[in-house]
Ligand binder design. Sequence first.
Ligand SMILES: [Zn+2]
Length: 207
Amino acid sequence: MILWNMLFPNRCLICGNVIEIDKPVCDNCSNSFSIEPYIQTIPNGCLCVSAFDHSRKYRKYMLDYKFDNKKYYYKNYAAVINIIVNEVWGDIKFDYYTSVPTHKDKIKKRGYHQTRLIAVNSADLKHCKYKPLLIQTKNNKSQHSLSAAERKLNAKNIYAFSNKCNITGKTILLIDDVVTTGATLSECADILLENGAKAVYCAAINR
Ligand SMILES: [Zn+2]
């Protein structure tokens, strides 16, 4: 990981200057980049913290990350997750970090698993273990084009426990890129709770 970070350093999301691994932007750009941790209760009763309002310029960064091949933003976003989780739940000891899964066809098309990259690297910053605890069994429509009722249906019965490790009694941080109604996070968190997790907290970049 250390060599990797030397070869591919973290760069300021705005100006591109090389920065420390735990920062999303450089000091010069920090004035135009305000992280505002916001906590919402998702439909299953779990809490989700998110960093940015998706309706502002942060929407463009996210679209660039997901659809414009700006894969390297995952480091900036991992730093963002680390900052908001430390600020809101700094006293919670997480056993595992995991992420909302993406169907393998979508990963193949994009070339990378955008949410997993963020989660793996934020777990690293926190010195916590990342585990791929969930899988997506069916390729559903993208949630962003759907109404609230449609999102709920669309997220139903398409995720499953990966059975990769025993999570009985574990406290888990579940990461997604964007939270809207929280339907997807609720489905995923419920699967973790049904498989023995003691508590599931959620974190997302945009809301
Ligand atoms: Zn900068």
